[in-house]
Write a protein that binds this ligand. Structure first.
Ligand code: SF4
Length: 305
């Protein structure tokens, strides 16, 4: 696998804190806090030439709306030419927060509504907030439409083994609000999620192993400026170092001996640690397509099948 000269910056995690403790997620025991504004500024100032046209998610382990500097972070990154988006569980989308978010140049908001089945929502999320989240998505859509906002809205459905009819109804529910839907396959987060719905559709047929593209093409910057190799690594076990030790230069880190060694191991299929336990690599090799991709997008007007 070839290494890209400039990495795709997949995520800049603005916080590792979360207002949820979902069984489908990893343990939040080690959550450390928000990214300091000064850290983000150093990352922006040092890496300005490679930020232009990057499409960056501003979440990873935490709930981005927990960070009081979210809006100013979006503005600062956008001024450097990046397109910013984030995924939220949607609980903290108050009227005031919606207004302040829509006043930024945010490219997209994805709300992880995950299911329209109340009992399943509680089982997967650990809290009974499904109706509140639905209400908040409706309010967000109305406010965005009234403001003529360019921010794209998407509702995320998790394919955890519910029936195709159930997923189809979720898609229709949000299409009726003119909201696009993404359907995500279940990820065990490198074997660390605490609840795993093993169903015929979420267990993948694997034969052999192929090289995953993450170490060669993209990276995730965590809230303390450390860097992990991949977005499935929600426990941050694949941290290769910290940007602080490279004067905040992403390019210097990307072409560092640590990264080269990690890539050599992947290319030789000598993976160890979390990568050896991982089954999500199957979504991440273009020559080894899974039965269904990790994410499928259904804009209004299309049909789920
Ligand atoms: S093998 Fe799995 S854990 Fe390792 S980088 Fe690829 S997707 Fe991530």
């Amino acid at each position: 696998m070839q290494t890209t000269e400039i990495p795709f910056i997949s995520n800049i995690e603005l916080t590792s804190l979360c207002n949820y403790d979902c069984p489908i997620c990893v343990s939040k025991r080690d959550a450390s806090g928000h990214m300091a504004p000064d850290t983000l500024n150093k990352i922006i100032e040092t890496n300005r030439p490679i930020l232009k046209d990057q499409r960056i998610w501003l979440h990873h382990r935490g709930e981005p709306l927990m960070n009081p500097h979210l809006e100013e972070s979006v503005t600062a990154l956008s001024a450097a030419g990046a397109k910013c988006r984030f995924s939220t569980n949607g609980v903290l989308l108050t009227e005031k927060r919606i207004e302040s978010l829509l006043a930024t140049p945010l490219d997209a908001i994805v709300v992880s509504a995950i299911t329209n089945i109340p009992g399943d929502y509680v089982k997967l999320r650990g809290k009974d907030n499904m109706e509140l989240v639905q209400k908040n998505i409706t309010a967000l859509q109305k406010a965005a439409s009234a403001a003529g906002s360019k921010t794209k809205l998407q509702a995320m459905c998790l394919d955890y083994g519910q029936s195709k009819k159930d997923i189809g109804e979720f898609v229709e529910h949000y299409h009726a609000l003119s909201v696009e839907v993404s359907v995500h396959s279940f990820s065990s987060r490198v074997g660390h999620s605490r609840y795993s719905p093993h169903t015929p559709r979420t267990v993948r047929k694997e034969s052999g192993r192929a090289v995953c593209h993450w170490p060669f093409t993209r990276l995730v910057i965590l809230c303390d400026a450390s860097v992990t190799m991949c977005c499935y690594d929600m426990s941050a076990r694949l941290r290769l170092g910290n940007l602080r030790d490279y004067n905040y230069s992403i390019m210097e880190f990307w072409h560092s001996p640590q990264y080269s060694e990690a890539r050599r191991k992947h290319n030789d299929l000598r993976v160890d640690g979390p990568c050896a336990e991982c089954s999500d690599w199957i979504y991440e090799n273009p020559n080894f397509p899974p039965e269904r991709p990790y994410v499928r997008i259904f804009p209004p007007g299309t049909k789920y099948e």
